[in-house]
Write a protein that binds this ligand. Structure first.
Ligand code: GDP
Ligand code: MN
Length: 415
């Protein structure tokens, strides 16, 4: 599985490497929620409603058929793409078929190339009118970190194979870079509409569509908007048939409505647990847990662990003024990762005094009966008192005099 689900970033760089791991902590929402937001900005989306029980799903399908739609599509709502290929998107021409699909998809463990091998349990469906698809195209807006500007992307090769298009024929993805002072110009929207080979009768609608999409991106402080597929219908209409929006969580304080769309059942459980205690935690794949204060020190610690031949199990920043309670929770989180073979505590005591940290660590290690080896490297305010507390605890701690020594000790302990 790729480090993050950002297809649009991949399309831009043709590599997952440019994709920052921390993008995973950005707020993601479901397709049905993204479509509700886009509809508010005037982006055309198919008629439909979401449901989290079988009964509600049946009621939505009935209502749509009673309104005279020729068919409905039943779509699994999970925070991952590739649902179509995994069997999470099914078209039904009759009410009975719609009920059958709803029964099969709701509650299923849906495996896609973005969920990992265990898949994600489907807890909600979106039921929509079907569209009479003529062409499946692709649209995406994302920040190009290399040039520091937003890029509006469009491709004729929409649908389910867009990654392959980006890898094999990158020239098939058209890009318009957006000047932040000017914004996305209608001339740029027009250029993309023509590049997509749209019919003359569709061009003006497409321009409006793209401008609305851009407005939605800017006003919601999104970090990614992706419409795949963006479709044309046989009767010349345009629709966002799928929609993905991620938001910049640094801007969430000014979007109370978007904060409420967060679905923590879709997020990594330990990361959710950590966010409850204001701990910055990101799970990684290695065996050495790191408890650190400050993001800079966290990164330096991960580097030096790798330099010493080990590999970090996580990124955990307890912050400047961690309390004993937070330190205990931090331990609980680190220990519930079964990959962890040793813990490195690397703290520079500034606001968080070293003696207070040491007291917290000793208490947590006792209360939680920590069995894995713990290596500490302590510096800063009240470091002598801190070292004394550690030494006199009678617990099995190792102390490294320098960061390098601590890293070597912990790598040896994890072997
Ligand atoms: P994803 O696989 O998670 O990206 O889910 P999508 O929402 O993109 O759906 C996957 C595919 O299902 C689309 O590319 C379409 O080909 C198909 N699909 C989705 N909705 C409809 C619909 O209303 N009618 C038809 N005929 N196909 C649909
Ligand atoms: Mn899609």
């Amino acid at each position: 599985m790729v480090a993050c689900g950002h297809r649009a970033i991949y399309l831009l760089n043709r590599s997952w490497r440019g994709c920052p791991r921390t993008e995973d902590t950005k707020i993601k929402i479901h397709e049905y929620q993204a479509k509700e937001i886009l509809a508010r900005y005037g982006v055309p989306v198919p008629r439909g409603e979401s449901a989290n029980t079988f009964e509600d799903a049946v009621a939505v399908a009935r209502k749509l058929f009673a309104d005279g739609v020729p068919g409905v599509v039943v779509k699994a709502q999970i925070h991952a793409g590739g649902r179509g290929k995994g069997g999470g998107v099914k078209v039904a021409r009759t009410r009975e078929d719609a009920e059958l699909h709803a029964k099969n998809i709701l509650g299923m463990q849906l495996v896609t190339h973005q969920t990992g091998p265990h898949g994600q349990k489907v807890q909600r469906l979106l039921i929509e009118e079907t569209a009479d698809i003529d062409r499946e195209l692709y649209l995406g807006i994302v920040l190009d970190r290399a040039v520091g500007k937003l890029v509006f992307m469009a491709s004729q090769a929409g649908g389910m194979e867009i990654e392959e298009v980006a890898a094999k024929t990158p020239e098939a993805i058209f890009k318009e870079t957006i000047d932040p002072a000017v914004g996305f110009g209608s001339w740029q929207a027009r250029k993309l509409a023509f590049a997509l080979g749209l019919k003359p009768s569709q061009i003006n609608h497409a321009v409006e569509f793209f401008l609305s999409l851009y407005k939605a991106y800017i006003e919601t402080d999104a970090s990614l908007v992706e419409i795949n597929p963006f479709i044309t219908t046989k009767d010349d209409k345009l629709f966002a048939l799928d929609a993905k929006i991620n938001f910049d969580d640094n801007a969430l304080f000014r979007h109370a409505d978007i904060r409420e769309l967060r679905d923590v059942t879709e997020e990594a459980p330990l990361e959710v647990e950590a966010s409850k205690y204001a701990l910055n935690y990101i799970k990684l794949d290695g065996s050495i847990a790191c408890m650190v204060n400050g993001a800079g020190l966290a990164m330096a610690t991960m580097d030096i662990i790798q330099y010493a031949g080990g590999s970090p199990a996580n990124f955990l920043d307890v912050g400047g003024g961690a309390t004993q309670e937070q330190i205990e929770h931090a331990f609980e989180i680190l220990l519930s990762d079964s990959n962890v073979k040793a813990i490195l505590i690397n703290i520079f005591g500034g606001i968080l005094r070293v003696d207070r940290l040491a007291t917290g660590v000793v208490a947590a290690a006792r209360n939680l009966k920590v069995k894995v080896p713990i290596v500490l490297r302590l510096e800063g305010t009240n470091v002598e008192e801190g070292r004394k507390i550690i030494k006199e605890s009678g617990l099995n701690f190792q102390v490294g005099a320098t960061m390098k020594e601590a890293a070597e000790l912990v790598v040896a302990a994890a072997k």
